[in-house]
Design a protein around this ligand. Structure first.
Ligand code: RB5
Length: 148
């Protein structure tokens, strides 16, 4: 199962994407926002990253105005790789090369149709392993070094 979340600026795109995901991929866990009332993106991104880290979901899609704040916040949770994506080729690379379990979208950067294509590409691409495993292990090692 996937999780999906947004702040107020991502709310409209999240609502459309959630409906599309439910038809196309089945159950989706909606972590809010549940209206256009202002919400700080870390208040959604960090709990979402925690459920991904804890393997309670298979991945998450996070949407704010730019997709940047969601990724910056989610990446503070050790073990999580979140990538902001604005095109289909980068969506494939985010999974194939970076094994990103969290896809971040900017509601003001992508249309609904492009967002759906990006999500589809991310969901249907597999991590390639190989040399990428070594590179991701170096990031995990850095997380451990900087942990208090
Ligand atoms: C919300 O004001 C805005 O900061 C947020 O949607 C996002 O674009 C941040 O990166």
């Amino acid at each position: 199962m996937l999780a999906i979340g947004s702040d107020h600026r991502g709310f409209a795109l999240k609502t459309r994407l959630r409906q599309w995901l439910q038809r196309r991929w089945g159950d989706v866990c909606d972590l809010g926002a549940f209206s256009t009332a202002p919400v700080d993106y870390p208040d959604v991104a960090i709990p979402a990253a925690e459920v991904v880290r804890d393997h309670l979901v298979d991945g998450a899609i996070l949407i704010c105005g730019t997709g940047l704040g969601m990724a910056i916040a989610a990446n503070k949770v050790p073990g999580v790789f979140a990538a902001t994506v604005t095109d289909v080729a980068t969506a494939r690379a985010a999974r194939r090369s970076n094994n990103a379990q969290i896809l971040c979208l900017g509601a003001e950067s992508v249309s609904f149709d492009l967002a759906a294509e990006i999500v589809e590409a991310w969901l249907t691409t597999e991590f390639q392993g190989g040399d990428s495993l070594r590179k991701l292990a170096k990031i995990r090692a850095a997380e451990r070094r900087y942990a208090r």
